[in-house]
Design a protein around this ligand. Structure first.
Ligand code: SF4
Length: 445
């Protein structure tokens, strides 16, 4: 089958649970949205079990007292409660946000994948009266989503084309992307996988049966040494199932390295429970790429979620999508990168927004990304400067871009520009770099 994020018509997920087998695997059910939410325990039991000690920042506390009166802190800090109580309808949105006409009409019109879904916690960080507030813009549908402009595509990175087994996108020689679930805790309006997420009965489906086929592919392909688990968000998968999947992956001897791509530590930090961390810790080397958007996400709660992960020895990197009017400003990006670093999350990638259908209102120019990197490099800690990349439409993979600090050549001297714009010579006999760019007059000359 050419499309391997198994399309519904070709590979229906099992309707019943996979039965427990003699190897003491946990009972596994379909990796569907309904399952992720329904795999819950009564709140009272959870309260006893984990005590759910987690910080609640003052603004969030005021928010939940106002909009979720009667909710205990134990419930609020229960990630399952947050998942079950996600804001998903116009009525719920209208209860919390003063919706613009555009938002109201756009949400009402929406059908299919990438529904509205916002955890109450994440909603507490958003502007309730201002539709232009950055986090709100990234999560409440607007009319721009229905305008398709040239070059946009539902699968802009050609992932379906490179899919070789259910959920396995094998594009690079020694590593694969493993799409494990279609569920996220929140749905980002600019999502590259808008076609895949939040639509359990739709075209893309995920199930344990498909995971087994994906695992069989990985077992057979000894060149794969690195697996990036993504989705959807893999951390929406319940503890037992996630442990089972990681254990199976770890049992494949040629897989040296696992990575999890997730937005959960920023949008549902309560999911980073001590139980989850203990599971993740069993499967080292395991790295994590955290999707971060804006410094408003850097709260007491995300300080705690990232600290728990870092304390478990999980190397943390960030990935950020550059978006117009949201974070395409050095005054926004610098505190985000510095704040992540302070939380032991190394800024890793800054992505040019993919040309997903209906994304023109989010996309800014590539020059803007270069300008931001130039504004970081040398002006703050090197570790706080991410790689800027365009993921090539059609499946070309990530292409890294960097501001050009080579300004020319003068004989054997290479002429370089520093972060303050000063021009310096570097003796480079035999080199040709910079030839043809001309000879600039040096500041000192
Ligand atoms: S969390 Fe990731 S996969 Fe889910 S909607 Fe956001 S960008 Fe898409």
């Amino acid at each position: 089958m050419s499309l391997q994020i198994a399309r519904g018509r070709e590979a229906k997920p099992p309707l019943r649970s996979v039965r427990r087998t003699t190897d003491a695997r946990p009972q596994l059910r379909e990796a569907t949205e309904a399952n992720a939410i329904a795999a819950t325990a009564p709140v009272a039991v959870l309260a006893k079990k984990t005590a759910l000690r987690f910080p609640v920042n003052p603004d969030t506390r005021a928010f939940y007292k106002e909009f979720y009166p009667g909710t205990s802190t134990v419930e609020w800090n229960d990630w399952r409660w947050q998942m079950r109580t996600r804001i998903r309808t116009l009525d719920e949105l209208g209860r919390i946000f003063r919706l613009s006409e555009d938002e109201y009409a756009a949400v009402a019109r929406h059908k299919g994948s990438l529904p509205v879904g916002i955890t109450p916690y994440y909603a507490s960080l958003m502007g309730r009266d201002d539709p232009s507030e950055p986090l709100r813009r990234t999560h409440i549908t607007t009319g721009g989503e229905y305008i398709r402009t040239p070059g946009e595509d539902n699968d802009p990175l050609g992932e379906d084309h490179d899919t070789v087994a259910p959920g396995i996108v094998h594009r690079y020689p020694d590593r694969v992307l493993f799409l494990t679930t279609g569920t996220c805790s929140t749905y980002c309006r600019y999502c590259t996988r808008a076609r895949v997420v939040g639509n359990p009965g739709g075209e893309y489906q995920f199930s344990i049966r498909q995971w087994e086929q994906a695992l069989a592919y990985l077992e057979a392909h000894t060149e794969v040494r690195d697996v990036l688990l993504s989705g959807g968000d893999p951390l929406t998968i319940g503890d037992d199932k996630l442990d089972w999947l990681l254990t199976r992956l770890r049992a494949i001897r040629h897989i040296e390295f696992l990575r999890i791509g997730t937005k959960i530590p920023m949008v549902l930090p309560q999911r980073i429970t001590k139980d989850l961390v203990a599971i993740l810790k069993k499967h080292h080397p395991l790295w994590m790429s955290i999707h971060a958007t804006h410094p408003n996400e850097l709260t007491d709660e995300t300080t705690e979620s990232t600290a728990r992960l870092a304390d478990a020895g999980i190397p943390l990197g960030s990935q950020t999508v550059l978006m117009k009017g949201i974070n395409d400003d050095i005054g926004v990006m610098k505190p985000l990168m510095q704040g992540l670093l302070k939380r032991r999350v190394r800024p890793y990638y800054l992505y040019q927004c993919d040309p997903i259908s209906g994304s023109a209102h989010f996309r800014t120019t590539v020059e803007k990304g270069l300008e931001i990197v130039e504004g970081l490099r040398g002006h703050t800690t090197g570790y706080a400067t991410p790689i800027f990349a365009v993921d090539a439409p059609g499946g070309g993979g990530k292409i890294q871009l960097a501001p050009d600090f080579v300004v020319g050549r003068d004989g054997d001297d290479l002429l370089l520009k520093n972060f303050e714009g000063g021009i310096y010579r570097y003796p480079d006999p035999g080199g040709t770099l910079g030839k043809g760019k001309g000879k600039l007059k040096l500041a000192a000359e």
